[in-house]
Design a protein around this ligand. Structure first.
Ligand code: APR
Length: 243
């Protein structure tokens, strides 16, 4: 079936989807991320204060991601492309959705395997090794990871909001919905469409009208999601044939 005939399934993912791949979430360990204060390693102020520490922090994260493998949840979403026009909007900087086979992935908070000059947020360069203090881009600016830090703009947010507005089915997986503007995307989903929330501890999401909660780990939750939406679609098809 061509994508034009498929329903648009839009999925907002957060750190929880990669937890079963061995990557740590942000808020499951007392505000520390791999032992660091999140603001110290993920803000322009932190980078200015201690660039070597911040670069080392992301060099380590890059090694972790390189070692990690996509889990059942990433793979389950990729497999849904057979039946749906699946759009993933992720807050994650890892590439596990892509490696699982998802073809439409929008990264809100940047990508660990890209870097950029401090002088230009738009031009990126691939990176698999380390970035060190003194490594310069062609524009002679210090290189830094292509990550959207706290207090920085989120350039992909408008595209993401447009995608969510066009959803036929909306799914939220493994995010605490505490960080804006990403968390605000749930408000762009059309009122009447089915909305699923999968999380091992369902986050507060008062503004989502009539959500279907699947309080499970991401892998198990995506398995249940697939069963439920396939049944739902068959049910819709059956009733539209009857009419
Ligand atoms: N399966 C499903 N959900 C899980 C699992 C799991 N195995 N493990 C943890 N979770 C859930 C937690 O219950 C929580 O709701 O994942 C969520 C993780 O929340 P956060 O750590 O706050 O991560 P996230 O919402 O992605 O953070 C958003 O904050 O620090 C910034 O830029 C960073 O993109 C990040 C943003």
């Amino acid at each position: 079936m061509g994508n034009e005939n498929k329903k648009k399934l839009v999925v907002l993912t957060g750190a929880g989807i990669s937890a079963e791949s061995g990557l740590k979430t942000f808020r499951d360990s007392d505000g520390l991320w791999e032992g660091y204060d999140v603001y110290e390693v993920a803000s322009p102020r932190g980078f200015k204060a201690n660039p070597a520490l911040v670069l080392k922090f992301y060099n380590d994260r890059r090694k972790d991601v390189a070692k990690a493998q996509p889990n059942e949840a990433h793979k389950g979403l990729a497999a849904l492309e057979e039946h749906f026009d699946v759009h993933i909007i992720t807050q994650n900087i890892d590439d596990l959705h892509e490696r699982a086979g998802s073809t439409k992935v929008t990264h809100l908070h940047g990508e660990i395997f890209k870097m950029r000059s401090v002088l230009n947020p738009n031009k990126t360069y691939p990176i698999t090794g380390d970035i060190n203090v003194g490594d310069l881009a062609p524009d002679v600016g210090q290189l830094r990871p292509f990550i959207v830090w706290f207090e920085e703009e989120v350039p992909m947010i408008e595209l993401a909001a447009k995608i969510v507005r066009q959803a036929d089915i909306f799914v939220v997986i493994g995010t605490s919905l505490q960080v804006y503007p990403a968390a605000g995307l749930v408000n762009y989903a059309p009122y009447q469409i089915p909305k699923y929330i999968i999380d091992k501890k369902i986050p507060f999401a008062d503004s989502i009208y009539n959500p279907i909660m699947i309080e499970k780990s991401a892998g198990e939750g995506v398995r249940e999601l697939r069963e439920r939406i396939m049944k739902y679609e068959m049910w819709i098809m059956f009733f539209s044939c009857e009419l």
